[in-house]
Design a protein around this ligand. Structure first.
Ligand SMILES: Nc1ncnc2c1ncn2[C@@H]1O[C@H](COP(=O)(O)OP(=O)(O)OP(=O)(O)O)[C@@H](O)[C@H]1O
Ligand SMILES: [Mg+2]
Length: 256
């Protein structure tokens, strides 16, 4: 589903974000990427849909090179990729439904979208997506009237309405409390299992990573230093990924 071939990223100031990454992510996997702050987790995720341009190598998404794609081809590959951010990235003053509908813009002409003319089919998809994350009753509320966890579920619904085949989530629960964190992670996991959406999540809590992942990838200084199952990701392996023993603040202690 996603293949990294010798991918490197050097920022304009000379910082190495990624150093020769080779990875294959299969359809339906729930991958959690871990590593210290600055290890390259966000750079890795953002390079998949070219929010960041890589400096070397190639990324293949669903059989097509996104690194080489231009114009319409790039647009079509991106349509299959839903992004979830720590700060939700919603239009705060718009309704929840409108925010979810914005996941449909990649399917229509610019003019139509400027006029806000979404077909009935889109509206049905959006409502179904809201139902899937259990906030259908909020459809007509303003986005900023919702709690953080609810707002994050709106952004998940937006990715569902987009009919994304891949969800990339960069620290999706970093601004949430433990209970809400569990709800949002449960939603992501359920969607991954029910719809087979390939999911890649950056997290910094080790216990959360172990609880939800089917595969854990550890980054250190822009390189993959661990790639294995949850069972293989022992405390010792985490200490290797981090370059030091696990600390208390890396455990969230979420109730199961
Ligand atoms: N726009 C930028 N310009 C220059 N350097 C950058 C830029 N963005 C990130 N970096 C650097 O690239 C490296 C990887 O950063 P990245 O944001 O991918 O790390 P991260 O693992 O997501 O960290 P965190 O856990 O803090 O979010 C770091 O050394 C960082 O300072
Ligand atoms: Mg980051």
């Amino acid at each position: 589903m996603i293949e990294f071939k010798n991918v490197s990223k050097v920022y304009p100031n000379g910082t190495k974000g990624l150093n020769n990454i080779n990875l294959t992510m299969q359809k339906g996997e729930f991958i959690v990427v871990v590593g210290l702050s600055g290890a390259g987790k966000s750079t890795l995720l953002r390079s998949v849909n070219r929010l960041h341009e890589v400096s070397g190598g190639e990324i293949i998404v669903n059989g097509k090179s996104i690194t080489k794609a231009k114009g319409r081809n790039l647009y079509e590959i991106r349509r299959d990729i839903g992004m979830i951010f720590q700060n939700f990235n919603l239009v705060k003053r718009s309704s929840v439904l409108r925010n979810v509908l914005s996941g449909r813009v990649g399917y229509h002409s610019t003019l139509r979208m400027m006029l806000g003319m979404f077909p009935q089919h889109d509206k049905e998809l959006a409502l179904k997506a809201l139902d899937r994350v259990n906030i259908l009753e909020k459809a007509y509320s303003r986005a900023d009237e919702l709690s953080g966890g609810q707002q994050q579920r709106v952004s998940i619904a937006r990715a569902l309405a987009q009919e994304a085949k891949i969800i990339l989530a960069d620290e999706p629960v970093a601004s949430l409390d433990p209970l809400t964190t569990k709800q949002v992670m449960d939603d992501l996991k359920r969607i991954n299992e029910e719809l087979g959406i390939t999911t890649v999540v950056n997290l910094h809590f080790i216990d959360l990573a172990r609880q939800y992942a089917t595969r854990i990838i550890g980054l250190r200084a822009g390189e993959v230093v661990f790639d294995g199952s949850v069972d293989e990701a022992t405390d010792e392996k985490f200490a290797e990924i981090y370059g030091r023993p696990i600390q208390d603040e890396e455990l969230m202690g979420v109730a199961k």
